[in-house]
Design a protein around this ligand. Structure first.
Ligand code: MN
Length: 233
């Protein structure tokens, strides 16, 4: 099947460049590029262990099981294809598929060697859109802090090519056809309690402030350039 056919779905842009990157069933966790204790003291070792080996592993296994139990054709068992058409499938596919994808990119957004400030074209775009890096951090932090219950904060490139900040409930994300606004995420923060409760208990703002010390701005820049290329604006 041609990629242009695969990518035809409810999601309103051609996502074939992402599809070319792989991610077909059965899905597996990527190895982390850093050790569980590498993000100390900003993100603690115990949280990293249970988050990766417990929560993300369960989403991965349950996503594979949900696909096996579903009517998704073998040729359509592609991660991005499934998420951008997720309204067609049952909740176990949406919830576990979202949990699989969101954590996959979240781990890549973290590094023990953060530059602490954005780089390159994504830095320019952030400053142009939000006025300053500090303004951006405030707006993203507010989105993370005010997400009621479990969910995620996002910085994405929208379908108009502009950056936007959003938050989603549960394991939803901006590439799902059921989510508005839609876009291609370039930075995300997990604000489920399991992401911070062992170290910070109810103090989500402490966790959000710690996050800025371990953001992988090189990964953000790569994702920004990729997203701009896909959206073509
Ligand atoms: Mn999580």
């Amino acid at each position: 099947m041609a990629n242009s056919e695969i990518s035809k779905g409810v999601f309103p842009i051609d996502i074939s460049p992402i599809i070319d990157n792989g991610y077909n069933f059965p899905f597996t966790q990527e190895d982390l590029s850093y050790s569980f204790d590498a993000l100390e003291p900003h993100i603690d070792t115990a949280t990293m262990q249970v988050h990766y080996n417990g929560h993300h592993k369960a989403y991965t296994n349950n996503f594979n099981k949900a696909i096996e139990d579903s009517n998704i054709n073998v040729g359509e068992r592609h991660l991005i294809r499934i998420l951008t058409n997720v309204s067609k499938y049952d909740d176990p596919v949406k919830n576990n598929g979202g949990g699989y994808f969101n954590h996959l990119i979240f781990w890549r957004m973290l590094t023990p060697n953060s530059t602490l400030t954005p780089l390159g074209t994504s830095s320019t775009a952030i400053i142009n859109k939000f006025g300053s890096f500090d303004n951006f951090k405030k707006a993203f932090g507010d989105a993370a802090a005010t997400r009621f219950g479990s969910g995620w904060a996002w910085l994405s490139v929208g379908l108009d090519g502009e950056l936007f900040i959003s938050s989603t409930a549960n394991q939803n994300n901006p590439i799902m056809d059921v989510v508005e606004p839609k876009g291609l995420p370039i930075l995300t923060l997990d604000v489920w309690e399991h992401a911070y409760y062992l170290k910070h208990q109810n103090k989500r703002n402490e966790y959000i402030n710690s996050f800025w010390n371990v953001v992988n701005w090189e990964e953000v820049e790569i994702r920004y350039q990729e997203a701009k290329g896909i959206i073509g604006k």
